[in-house]
Each structure stands twice: as structure tokens, then as C-alpha cells.
Design a binder for this molecule. Structure first.
Ligand code: F6P
Length: 364
């Protein structure tokens, strides 16, 4: 392939710790090892549609390894194939502006567009690839729910933050003899909640993959009380639901590539537990704290490995692929596979079995 020696980096979807570490790895390796020119697209696909970008100097990508968020900005509504625009009182209209996006990308004269994002961003990257753009994907999300990779960067940081929060809640739960419920993010996948619950020794872990029976949850907290352990800590994923029930939706963002924002199950659960057990119950929503601040060392290392591998993939013309992690090794996965859907916790996940073995209740 003829090379221009120029690449672009884009970050899309919700931010998470470690994005800047990937930007740094891709840009530094591309500049240092291959003398490439690197540009950064601003605000995800919004920047592609409107030609917002900046030229990176080496200094721009230096000193950002530990910085949370993304120095490029992001968007979770700008989809070139379904671009929203407000139409007065008649609401939002969606248009296919992919031709503009493709023309703009061609105008950049790049050898590759590196797309750092979750399933929404990577599905769009796949469509761009099908439309002839040389793209490479890097999986990003605290939710850890991307197909084709065992782990995404950002996940370890989210679990670390959530675990620290739950650890802290022990003292107040114990002092007031209360049930404390902690609602965690993760969309329709329970990875953050499962790992946090195990790491902080929660009595009950409620995840979307295992709908719960409220009677079982109440039985667990009452049992503990009768054994003299007069407090319980429950972690609940925002996407969890009662058997036969539905998820709790906090808001719908029509323009978003994934419009449903979950949230509120912690309060529903809290009211029910208090009513049925007579034990005072409080709910804490960890929310966007899980996405904020510095990445853990684990995520910094992972982000650096992924970013460097992405540059190798550019040099090997492995366009249309994402760099994933299987076991301890990096693996190239086709974006077509990634676009097939989200990755949930399989019911035979060994960590669920181990948690049950140490007495954790999953509400089933
Ligand atoms: O995908 C990351 C995530 O933080 C989810 O865990 C959560 O459901 C969602 O994004 C929240 O989105 P927003 O930042 O739009 O509120």
C-alpha cells in the first residue's frame, strides 16, 4: 500500500480512564518508530463530520499517561450514518451524512483512522471500513462488554474505584446496623458489579445476567442479622432486574447511538428490602465516579500495549480489525465480529461459582 506517513486518532462514546494512555502510545510509537505525522480528531465522529481536528506535536502527547478522560473530547451521539439534528418542535431528525464523513476523511490524506471506543464507536468504525476507510479499533469501556476481548481498558480502574467506595461503606453500615445498597454502572452487563462485589466481600451481588428474587435477597439479610451480623452490603448493577420484571430506565437520549440510560434500581431495591425486612436501608449510586480520574497501573499498562499493537497493525495493513486481549495475549479480531453485539457474563463464569462457594447470594 502507498503510505502518506500520516494517521488520525479518534475517541468516541463515554470517556474512561486510560484513553489518553492509548493516544500517547499510538502517537509516540508512530512518531518515534516510523516518523509519522499524527492528527487527533476532536469530539469523536462529530470531528469527522465537521472537520474538527488538531495536529499533534510530540509534546501534546507527552505527560498524559495518567490523565483521565480524553484530551480529544468525545461524543456519544455523533453517528455519521444516523446523524441527529433538532427540527424545531417536530423533534429530532436523523440523516445519513456518511458521504460528508468519507469526503472529509479522504481529505485528511491519512493511512489509517485509529478508533478508540466501545461497541457503538467500533460498529461505526466497521461501517466506515466497509465504505473503504482503513480503520483499526481499540476497545474502550468501563463496562467490559465488548465482543472479542476478555478485557477492555478502563474496566480495572472502574472496579478499583467502586471497590474503594464499597470498602468505605462498611464502617457506616456496621455502625448503623443498616443494609447499604451500592448501584454500579455497566449497562446490560454485570462485569463491574461482579468483580467489585467479590473484591469487597459483598453479601449480595445482583447482576443483569441473573434476575433476582426479592424474597431470596431479604432472606439473606435477615439471616445475617439473626447470626449477629447486623449489617449487609449489596452491590446491584444498573441493568439488574427482578425475575419477571424490567430494567429501571433513568432517561432516554434519543440522539444517542445507545439511547437508554439505566439507573434507579438501587432505590427500588432499597424500598423493598426495608419494607420486607424491617431493616433500615440506604442506597448509594456510584455513577460517573467510576469513569473519572486517573487510570490504575493495570489500565496504563494495558492501554500502552493496545496502542503499540495498533501501530503494528497499521504497518501490517490489518485494517478492519480491533486489537483485543485473550488470556494474556493480544489478538486481532475483525470489527465485523465486534459489531455483532455486547458481551455479557456467561452463566458458567468461574467467578460466579467461586462467589457462591464463599456464601455470596445472587438473589436466585
Ligand atoms: O458505557 C459506559 C457507561 O458509563 C455505562 O456504564 C453507563 O450506563 C453509561 O455509560 C452512562 O452514560 P452517560 O455518560 O451518557 O450518562
Amino acid at each position: 500500500m502507498r503510505r502518506n506517513g500520516k494517521i488520525a486518532i479518534l475517541t468516541g462514546g463515554g470517556d474512561c480512564p486510560g484513553i489518553n494512555a492509548v493516544i500517547r502510545a499510538v502517537a509516540k510509537k508512530a512518531m518515534l518508530e516510523y516518523g509519522m505525522e499524527v492528527i487527533g480528531i476532536k469530539d469523536g465522529y462529530e470531528g469527522i463530520i465537521h472537520n474538527y481536528y488538531r495536529q499533534f506535536s510530540f509534546d501534546d502527547v507527552s505527560g498524559i499517561l495518567t490523565l483521565g478522560g480524553t484530551i480529544l473530547g468525545t461524543s456519544n451521539t455523533a453517528n455519521p450514518y444516523r446523524y441527529p439534528s433538532k427540527k424545531g418542535n417536530s423533534g429530532t431528525e436523523f440523516n445519513n451524512v456518511s458521504q460528508t464523513a468519507l469526503t472529509n476523511i479522504a481529505g485528511l490524506g491519512i493511512d489509517c483512522l485509529v478508533c478508540i471506543g466501545g461497541d457503538g464507536t467500533l460498529s461505526i468504525a466497521n461501517s466506515l471500513f466497509i465504505d473503504g476507510v482503513p480503520v483499526i479499533g481499540v476497545p474502550k469501556t468501563i463496562d467490559n462488554d465488548i465482543q472479542g476481548t476478555d478485557i477492555t481498558f478502563g474496566f480495572n480502574s472502574a472496579v478499583t474505584i467502586a471497590t474503594e467506595g464499597v470498602d468505605r461503606l462498611h464502617t457506616t453500615a456496621q455502625s448503623h446496623h443498616r443494609v447499604m445498597i451500592v448501584e454500579l454502572m455497566g449497562r446490560n452487563a454485570g462485569w463491574i458489579t461482579l468483580q467489585t462485589g467479590v473484591a469487597s466481600g459483598c453479601e449480595v451481588i445482583l447482576i443483569p445476567e441473573i434476575p433476582y428474587d426479592i424474597a431470596k435477597v431479604v432472606e439473606k439479610v435477615k439471616d445475617r442479622n439473626s447470626q449477629g451480623k447486623r449489617f449487609s452490603i449489596i452491590v446491584v448493577a444498573e441493568g439488574a432486574r427482578q425475575m419477571g420484571g424490567d430494567v429501571v430506565v433513568q432517561r432516554v437520549i434519543k440522539e444517542s447511538t445507545d439511547p437508554i440510560r439505566l439507573g434507579g434500581i438501587g432505590f427500588v431495591l432499597g424500598r423493598e428490602i426495608e419494607e420486607l425486612s424491617g431493616i433500615e436501608t440506604r442506597t448509594v449510586v456510584m455513577g460517573h465516579l467510576q469513569r473519572s480520574g486517573v487510570p490504575t497501573p493495570f489500565d496504563r499498562v494495558l492501554a500502552t500495549r493496545l496502542g503499540c499493537r495498533a501501530v503494528d497493525m497499521i504497518m501490517n495493513n490489518r485494517f478492519g480489525y480491533m486489537v483485543g486481549v485473550i488470556g494474556d495475549s493480544l489478538k486481532e479480531v475483525s470489527l465485523g465480529e465486534v459489531a455483532k453485539g455486547q458481551r455479557n457474563i456467561p452463566l458458567d463464569e468461574p467467578l460466579i461459582r467461586d462467589a457462591r462457594s464463599v456464601g455470596t447470594c445472587f438473589g436466585d
